[in-house]
Design a protein around this ligand. Structure first.
Ligand code: ATP
Length: 482
């Protein structure tokens, strides 16, 4: 399922024009890689978050949710390894002063090779890069860049600095400067809030292994190469679940969550199978004994959407070591104490918003009965995720039609989000609702006054039918359950 060449650029401007996503602080020329969600984007994001939360905490009786603070004790990040090794290898071009993440620089060059028909050469280059990154061979990476004559896109030169590691955490001071200030970090992932609360939740919830703790919330990373819209942001939202298990059972649970999560993307987010794939990690993070990405085919290619990691007892073990507090579980069945192993599922909420919008965005053209061409831009968002479920549109602003429309909304708004609009022709209003992704429109006309029927119009097929106004809520609710 390939995209049209301009889809991504058109999608970005569409998201702005229809109240989904704005550049942060736009009136001050924006802040790079930081975005705000508008009235429709915030609701879409919330619907996706709610769907994830439900699938984790409501549909699994052994998974509970928490909401930990963004600020954490600074030792957390020493224990987790982030202070020492949460960094990306970067290289600067000495002529343009532009900084690149080396893997991005090399991957972009490999893409160029592929478009020029040298797919084998591109693959060999990527394999060489993976091997060097896995060995932490920074000098080797620089040599690879030079040997392939990879140039800076701005200066066009190959005049590179050495490759260096840059830490991605934002730091700030806790307390006023005059007091004894201490450096703390904006969390770069939500997972650690779960680990440090492992025993609190296990004890107060009387949880028995295997069990999971889920959390959604903001995370912050000082991404050096921040581009591709909301794909890579400096402030973003994660939805993570840590599943605590018996040591030795990690293979089985890793396979379980790997399959479950892929299924969720297909069934709940409505993502077509051909736009999803697994990508096994070659270079494992310092905490993992197995890791896979679920990749989605974004308009700019297949990229990571979610990570599933088998984290062993690394995190709990390290927090135990640094805090000097036991983080163990007594397993009644085994009559034994142990530090549980963990399988983590970690998905970016903003990347999911982009996934849903990428799947939904369509520019459609067709011939009308008189032979002329008609067109529309439609967001085919799954009805359960769409920001507004129903638009109620009185044909005219008079003759009591707005009052009937308001009555219909009054009967529906307790169940789902409704939208009222009376300006412009019905055709224009339908187009606007298509562009926002509203799955159902109901038009109130003069016949409604006679027989209480309305026209319901379906976004995806553009077909219309006449139903009794009392049936509207049930009809929409039935559609949301699909
Ligand atoms: P990448 O390789 O793309 O930088 P990552 O491997 O560092 O991602 P994880 O640390 O595994 O990502 O984070 C889990 C999830 O959080 C990712 O799969 C992604 O969906 C999301 N995520 C990570 N960094 C960002 C970011 N800068 N902006 C938006 N989402 C992000």
């Amino acid at each position: 399922m390939s995209y049209d060449q301009n889809t991504f650029a058109n999608l970005i401007s569409h998201a702005k024009e229809y109240g989904y996503i704005f550049q942060s602080s736009e009136i001050y020329d924006g802040l790079s890689a930081v975005y705000d969600y508008g009235q429709n984007g915030a609701q879409l994001k919330k619907n996706i978050r709610d769907a994830w939360w439900k699938s984790m905490t409501q549909l699994n009786e052994n998974i509970v949710g928490i909401d930990a603070a963004i600020f954490m004790h600074p030792t957390t990040w020493k224990a987790s390894g982030h202070v020492d090794s949460f960094s990306d290898p970067m290289i600067d071009n000495k002529d343009s002063n532009k900084r690149y993440r080396v893997d991005h620089l090399i991957e972009a060059f490999a893409d160029e090779l592929k478009t020029k028909g040298s797919a084998d050469k591109a693959q060999a280059l990527l394999d060489a890069m993976d091997a060097l990154l896995a060995a932490d061979d920074l000098a080797g990476i620089k040599k690879l860049i030079e040997d392939n004559n990879i140039k800076c896109s701005i200066s066009g030169t190959c005049n590179w600095t050495d490759v260096r590691q840059f830490n991605l955490m934002f730091s700030t001071e806790l307390g006023s400067v005059s007091e004894e200030a201490s450096t703390i970090y904006l969390r770069p992932e939500t997972a650690q809030g779960i680990f440090v609360n492992f025993l609190n939740v296990q004890k107060t919830g009387r949880m028995k292994i295997p069990f999971g703790i889920a959390q959604t919330g903001k995370a912050f990373r000082n991404e050096i190469v921040a581009r591709q819209f909301i794909f890579r942001m400096r402030e973003f939202e994660q939805m993570e679940m840590q599943f605590f298990i018996r040591p030795g059972s990690q293979k089985e649970w890793y396979e379980h969550w790997k399959a479950e999560r892929l299924k969720w993307h297909k069934e709940v987010m409505g993502t077509p199978s051909e736009r999803l794939r697994y990508h096994d990690h070659v270079k494992l993070a310092h905490y993992a004994d197995a890791a896979v990405d679920i990749e989605f085919e974004f308009p700019f290619g297949f990229k990571e959407l979610e990570g599933i990691h088998s984290r062993t007892d690394y995190d709990l073990g390290r927090h135990q070591e640094f805090s000097k507090k036991k983080l163990q579980y007594f397993d009644n069945e085994l009559n034994q104490n142990y530090v549980p192993y963990v399988i983590e599922t970690s998905v970016g909420l903003d990347r999911l918003v982009l996934t849903v919008l990428s799947n939904a965005y369509a520019e459609e053209k067709w011939a009308k009965e008189d032979g002329s061409e008609d067109s529309r831009v439609v967001l085919r968002i799954p009805p359960s995720l769409a920001p507004n479920k129903l638009a109620v549109l009185p044909l005219t602003k008079k003759d009591g039609l707005p009052e009937i429309a308001r009555d219909i909304i009054a009967g529906c708004k307790g169940f789902f989000h409704c939208f009222y609009e009376e300006k412009d022709s019905i055709g224009k209003r339908y187009r606007r609702m298509d562009a926002i992704g509203t799955p159902y429109c109901v038009t109130v006309d003069h016949q409604t006054k006679e027989d209480q029927t309305v026209t319901i119009r379906y976004r995806d097929t553009m077909t219309q039918e006449r139903i009794h106004m009392n049936e509207v809520a049930a009809k929409v609710l039935a559609g949301l359950a699909l």
